[in-house]
Design a binder for this molecule. Structure first.
Ligand code: SF4
Length: 359
């Protein structure tokens, strides 16, 4: 059983539990005019770095480990008499609480985020801060090495299903990841190795990050050579419009450019518009990206002091975007609005909408 159970309104690296002094949700717009563009990029020196040539070597080793694990399962995976539903494996588990809105299955292999961390990050607050709130990115304690983590992932992916992937994972896919960022130089080589072999097995993967440098890495170039990758890998970037609250992440403007590149490469992509801190910023983001982002997931800053009238205006303005982008309003926001998602239009989807590029 996984020792981690998310209970917050979060995407991969999105965990928001508090309001902060620099967030002023009362600033929500009252006008439907398009708000100002998002914050300008930070200066180049502070831009997070991507994977190095050594990270590529690590990726290749881990990809070989992954391929060997897959081959072993295909050759001999004893059929269990009764295949139990995955609840909590070491590598693959069912998220709890509000994280379920993002995915029914997820993988957590690393913990920690190098920082400086986002001011609203749940990992560094509350009860979980002692175990998860660290700037040291490391494997979860249950893994002896990155190789053993890769092997555990594929063991759980097959899990006694007689040499084929467990059907619920083929159907619902796996989310990367809730307690770190999969786009870090420390984490990307391993996650890319998992992606490389998982997509070949037709397992949908959702990858959510606040970093962009991995897009220019040789590792990503290698992933692009896998024919299935564009059908089964869905890439998401978090967009809040608040660089001032996310000092260790790539600037929001770079994340938007990254989403456009990902779209132009032929991937399905999504934006995690969460946490909404200022509705004006979040509205501007959706308006700016509506033409090339396949799905927006919109969730409020937990504990944010939003006026109901401002939230209703926000939702109405989202519904009025001419491109009719696909939008998922998270449960907490729907509850505050006291309206159904469908009442905003057929482009407002439910949690079970599957963003990948195949049926
Ligand atoms: S990028 Fe790191 S610090 Fe920011 S929310 Fe994600 S895990 Fe937390």
């Amino acid at each position: 059983m996984s020792k981690y159970k998310e209970t917050v309104n979060t995407g991969a690296s999105e965990v928001s539990t508090v309001n902060t002094p620099s967030a002023s949700p009362k600033d929500s717009p009252s006008s439907s005019a398009r708000p100002a563009a998002i914050t300008a990029p930070a200066d180049a020196d502070s831009t997070p770095k991507g994977p190095s040539i050594w990270d590529k070597a690590k990726y290749l080793v881990l990809r070989a480990v992954a391929a060997a694990a897959v081959a072993a399962h295909k050759a001999f995976d004893p059929v269990k008499k009764k295949l139990k539903t995955i609840k909590g494996g070491k590598a693959i588990y069912r998220p709890g609480g509000k994280a379920k809105e993002y995915a029914l299955f997820a993988t957590n292999i690393f913990k920690g985020c190098p920082g400086p961390h986002c001011l609203y990050c749940y990992l560094f607050k509350g009860k979980m801060a002692k175990t998860l709130g660290t700037c040291l990115v490391s494997l979860k304690a249950c893994f002896k090495s990155e190789r053993s983590a890769v092997t555990a992932f594929f063991n759980e992916l097959f899990g006694g299903n007689g040499g084929t992937v467990r059907p619920e994972l083929l159907e619902h896919g796996i989310f990367f990841t809730f307690i770190s960022d999969p786009g870090l130089p420390q984490t990307f080589p391993l996650f890319a190795a998992l992606i490389a072999e998982a997509v070949k097995l037709h397992v949908p993967i959702q990858f959510l990050t606040k970093r962009t440098a991995w897009l220019d890495s040789e590792i990503f170039q290698d992933l692009l050579t896998i024919p299935e990758v564009k059908d089964y890998l869905v890439i998401g970037l978090t967009l809040t419009g608040r660089d001032d609250m996310e000092p260790g992440a790539s600037p929001n403007s770079e994340r938007i450019l990254a989403l456009r590149r990902i779209h132009d490469l032929g991937f399905r992509c999504f934006a995690s518009v969460e946490p909404v801190i200022l509705t004006s910023k979040s509205l501007a983001i959706v308006q700016e990206c509506a033409g090339f982002v396949d799905l927006f997931r919109v969730g409020l800053l937990a504990g944010g002091e939003f006026k109901i009238a401002d939230l209703r205006k926000f939702a109405d303005d989202l519904a009025a975007i001419p491109e009719k982008p696909r939008i998922y309003l998270k449960d907490g926001l729907v509850k505050r609005l006291k309206r159904t998602r469908e009442s905003y239009g057929s482009n407002f989807v439910d949690a079970d909408y599957r963003p990948w590029n195949h049926d």
